[in-house]
Design a protein around this ligand. Structure first.
Ligand code: SIN
Ligand code: MN
Length: 197
């Protein structure tokens, strides 16, 4: 959804993410087994956070892997966005915060560490634009690429919930939202299946 968030809402989100990062500092995640460091720095908010390291691989956990502290709560504006666009009746449990500097990128992958695939993944782009790539549910399916700009929202839901996606490059200096440049991506996820009513 191009241009979904007004400049004012984007500024509010940046302020709340600064608070999140104060409580839960960005850390450098590493790939399972190889321990190769990712170029993106990460943190989370929500009662669960997505983390990865050499020894234990991809997972959700309630505490920051470096500080051992609980993640800060998901800012209200993001909970409101989820209610508006997710079409899912329960709140998100995790919000992964990805910070991209000029040379950072993210390889093609699926979001599949959640137990609940009925809920979409809702993604918010802030700051510099990127070249986003999305394909099908098989790694070798054809992909399409397009720019994501600050304020764009992507919903990976329904048939697209398990679509492969990644970030091929950042376009430096394309937004004035972040004073120091770079790109922030926020992804809201429901991790667990809600208890039966
Ligand atoms: C992700 O897949 O976690 C991030 C996608 C993005 O940065 O747009
Ligand atoms: Mn992803």
């Amino acid at each position: 959804m191009p241009g979904f968030l007004t400049r004012e809402v984007q500024e509010g989100l940046v302020d709340s993410i600064r608070e999140v990062v104060k409580a839960a500092p960005l850390y450098t995640p590493a790939m399972p087994r190889t321990g190769k460091e990712m170029s993106v720095r990460m943190t989370n908010c929500g009662w669960l956070g997505w983390v990865t390291d050499k020894e234990r691989g991809y997972r959700y956990q309630p505490e920051h892997p470096v500080t051992g502290e609980a993640w800060p709560p998901i800012p209200e504006a993001l909970l409101a966005l989820w209610r508006e666009v997710s079409g899912y009746p329960h709140p998100p449990e995790a919000c992964l915060v990805n910070f991209y500097t000029d040379a950072a990128k993210m390889g093609l992958h699926q979001d599949r560490d959640e137990r609940e695939f009925e809920a979409p993944v809702v993604s918010v782009s802030l700051g510099d634009a990127c070249l986003f790539r999305v394909g099908g549910v098989r790694r070798d399916d054809r992909t399409v690429s397009f720019r994501l700009e600050s304020g764009d929202v992507v919903v990976l839901g329904g048939e697209g919930r398990l679509a492969f996606h990644g970030v091929d490059r950042i376009y430096p200096m394309t937004s004035a939202l972040l004073k120091q440049g770079g790109r922030i991506n926020l992804t809201l996820r429901r991790v667990t299946k809600p208890a039966a009513a």
